[in-house]
Design a binder for this molecule. Structure first.
Ligand code: FES
Length: 259
């Protein structure tokens, strides 16, 4: 409902079943009376009977003080692992503006540290010549960037419509059970992080999951148990269920192409 007219003073909205018979809205305060009283615009409640409209303005004093943002780190003061710096620099070369490499830079940080640690973000900021706040803002926007420590291996079980119709809820439960947890979250040993996720864009694999950024499906409860064991012991995960090993539609067999 419009906030401009107080509740209880909106006669034309009190009986939605007879909306076409209801009187027109009241005239604006400076509208000529003759117009308001014409047959085209039936009279409404007197303008002076309306309560004053409260207009809130965001004033400087009302804002929360956040302090100054951290400046661009001085590269000479930040020690950055060579592989991380090289990966970020390679990404920066692919874009006309260095800031555009923010996503691959955050991925590089997340892969190295398991999540987007403040230290990793500062290192990436030093390499890119941007503020840590810029990287932090992007990382906090996207669901796939982690801002706190989670299990070493990340399992995202798609629970959207196609996967759900083919048993995604049971699959998610099986992964949680195999990880020894009651619901989505990290396992006690810190090895596994399990959560449900929205459509991952591989509906033809339903029910499917992304495990450490690789797609697998269609998965069964037995696959969930096997995958959890393989992840814990560092073995290859579900080699027969990897999307990248499936033949492309109408194309050659992916395994043949790889040799
Ligand atoms: S619904 Fe699961 S990948 Fe699309």
């Amino acid at each position: 409902m419009s906030p401009l007219i107080p509740k209880g003073k909106r006669p034309w909205t009190t009986d939605p079943g007879h909306i076409h018979d209801a009187p027109h809205p009241p005239p604006m305060p400076d509208e000529p009376e003759s117009t308001a009283g014409s047959s085209a615009s039936p009279p409404g409640p007197a303008a002076e009977s309306l309560e004053p409209i409260e207009v809130r303005q965001a004033v400087e004093e009302e804002r929360e003080p956040h302090g100054d943002p951290a400046p661009v780190p001085d590269p000479s003061e930040v020690e950055v692992p060579k592989e991380l710096a090289d990966e970020i620099r390679r990404a920066m070369k692919r874009y006309p503006r260095k800031r555009s490499a923010v996503m691959p830079a955050l991925w590089a940080v997340q892969r190295r540290y398991g999540w987007c640690t403040p230290k990793g973000i500062r290192q990436a900021a030093a390499v890119m010549g941007v503020t840590p706040g810029y990287l932090q803002a992007v990382a906090s926007y996207y669901d796939l960037f982690r801002l706190e420590p989670e299990g070493e291996h990340q399992v995202l079980v798609c629970t959207n419509i196609s996967c759900w119709l083919r048993g995604a809820d049971v699959l998610l439960e099986s992964f949680c059970e195999a990880a020894g947890i009651d619901g989505p979250g990290s396992s006690q040993d810190g090895k596994l992080f399990i959560r449900g996720f929205e459509c991952l864009g591989a509906c033809d694999l339903a029910p499917m999951a992304s495990i450490d950024e690789r797609y697998y499906g269609p998965l069964t409860e037995e696959d969930a148990r096997a995958a959890a064991e393989q992840l814990r012991s560092g073995r290859e995960v579900l080699p027969d269920k990897r999307l990248e090993d499936r033949p492309a539609a109408g194309g050659p067999d992916a395994k043949e192409v790889k040799g």
